[in-house]
Design a protein around this ligand. Structure first.
Ligand code: ADP
Ligand code: MG
Length: 252
């Protein structure tokens, strides 16, 4: 059974179709990439799927529930993790505290900041170990390197024990070597925990190296769907990417 099914999804802004008739499904444990040039509608799709933006048309189902009109918080409660194109963490708190707050939120308990400082310390440490950040647990988030913020953001998303992870450009702003490492980490965790991942990514090595399947969006419309090898040899896809640089060249 698919954990996410999107049918005829659309979003228009006063007549302009940002997303138009998008349909696809995501299976448990699958790494599914949504790619396309800037302005193709990728972030708009993510924002509709995670409940931040109301679709103009279509239905969204998760784990068998219709969540088309559900608010972000209800979707998060179903077991959905999300990372953003621009990382969002509490800069004034330490790395460990950021993960602890996410764990607290997942377990619905909130008894004040002082209690939060002790609660879930071990679970937070386990998650930080998983993403390779345990040695930075006591640092303030505001002083982290950008790549480390992205790894922390992944730990925060995992605190919700998600079965579905939505990642909008998880490696944006990272150095090329860090990008591959982060995507390798995500795909290893996804396989170990049977998490279905929908991600968008500019770095084509990361996409073709880690996606099981790829969706290609152009001007709001899905123009191709298939295994990496099929997408690579798809002439329509190659045409779309000619203007934005080769599919296999430097990231745009
Ligand atoms: P991508 O993430 O693929 O780069 P987006 O989903 O951010 O693309 O944007 C898709 C298109 O929708 C773009 O042309 C963008 O300018 C437009 N768009 C996005 N948000 C809004 C908005 N709030 N109002 C009007 N147009 C928007
Ligand atoms: Mg975007």
């Amino acid at each position: 059974m698919s954990i996410l099914a999107v049918e005829n999804l659309g979003k228009s802004y006063s007549g302009f179709q940002a997303v138009n008739g998008v349909s696809f499904a995501l299976q448990a444990g699958e790494m599914l990439a949504l790619i396309g040039p800037n302005g193709a509608g990728k972030s708009t799709c993510f924002n509709m799927i995670d409940g931040q933006l109301r679709p103009s048309t279509g239905r969204i189902r998760m784990f068998g529930h219709d969540v088309t009109d559900a608010p972000a918080r209800a979707i998060w409660r179903l077991g959905v993790g999300r990372t953003f194109q621009i990382a969002a963490t509490f800069g004034s708190m330490t790395v460990a505290e950021n993960v602890q707050v996410a764990l607290l939120s997942h377990h619905h308990g909130w008894y004040g900041w002082r209690w939060a400082a002790r609660a879930y310390a071990r679970e937070a440490n386990n998650l930080l170990t998983l993403v390779g950040m345990a040695n930075q647990a006591e640092r303030s988030c505001g002083e982290l390197a950008y790549g480390d913020v992205k790894r922390l953001e992944l730990a925060i998303a995992l605190a919700n024990d998600p079965k579905l992870l939505l990642m909008d450009e998880p490696t944006a702003g990272m150095a090329p070597t860090e990008r591959g490492a982060l995507m390798a980490l995500v795909s290893r965790i996804a396989r170990e925990r049977t998490i279905g991942v929908l991600f968008t990514e500019h770095d084509m090595d990361a996409v073709f190296g880690h996606a099981d399947r790829i969706l290609v969006l152009n001007r709001g419309v899905l123009i191709a769907e298939g295994a990496p090898a099929e997408i690579r040899s798809n002439s329509q896809v190659q045409e779309v990417y000619l203007g934005a640089g080769s599919l296999f060249g430097a990231a745009s």
